[in-house]
Design a protein. Structure first.
Length: 205
């Protein structure tokens, strides 16, 4: 369990779409924006964790057609979200020039963005199918129960790490919310999401 927790935490801490999206939404919507995005991401993880426990993720991995469909849908969503962020970067620059604050989105959108970014990502499904089984003990009882326990540990670490991350972003919020800095973060977030979409499309089954 300790080895799994360390490995999982290292994976969670690696920069990626989740971190970029949580950073951006924490700046736009404050702590609640970051927390809601994080909770949405955790809910997206539970979809794959539950699917892995009952064998649906294994079916996704086994079926090239199903994998391709989910991959295309997930990549399209990430690309759409990335382009939206890039447009927001341009809007932030214009609003700074006009000294007009940007209008933050509704809070439900933060939860939805976090959820869909993980739920529509087949690479997350691959993670639960290929990574978790390495830590299942042959004499540890029901494999399904073990998988659910490890998934819960992963989700707990995800929530703990990004909770600390959101607090850190909030502490730096005054500087990070400067129009030029915020526009740059929007641009980086959009670029990360578009790149993630492109990489997802090139992922082989």
């Amino acid at each position: 369990m300790t080895t799994f927790a360390i490995a999982a935490l290292l994976l969670i801490m690696l920069p990626g779409p989740d971190q970029a999206l949580i950073t951006r939404n924490a700046l736009v919507g404050g702590r609640s924006g970051g927390v809601l995005t994080m909770l949405g991401g955790a809910l997206g993880l539970t979809v794959h964790a539950g699917a892995a426990a009952v064998g649906l993720s294994a079916l996704l991995v086994a079926s090239a057609q199903a994998f391709t469909v989910v991959k295309i849908v997930g990549a399209f969503y990430l690309a759409w979200l990335g382009v939206h962020m890039l447009r927001e970067a341009v809007r932030s620059r214009r609003s700074s020039e006009a000294d007009q604050p940007a209008v933050p989105p509704q809070r439900s959108s933060y939860l939805r963005q976090g959820f869909l970014s993980n739920a529509l990502n087949p690479k997350v499904a691959l993670f639960f199918v290929t990574f978790l089984p390495q830590f299942l003990a042959a004499d540890g009882g029901s494999p399904r129960a073990q998988a659910l326990l490890l998934s819960a540990v992963f989700a707990g670490l995800y929530l703990a790490w990004f909770s600390l991350y959101v607090v850190s972003v909030e502490q730096l919020g005054r500087w990070l919310r400067r129009p030029r800095v915020r526009a740059r973060i929007e641009q980086v977030t959009g670029s990360v999401l578009v790149t993630a979409a492109a990489r997802l499309l090139t992922t082989s089954h």
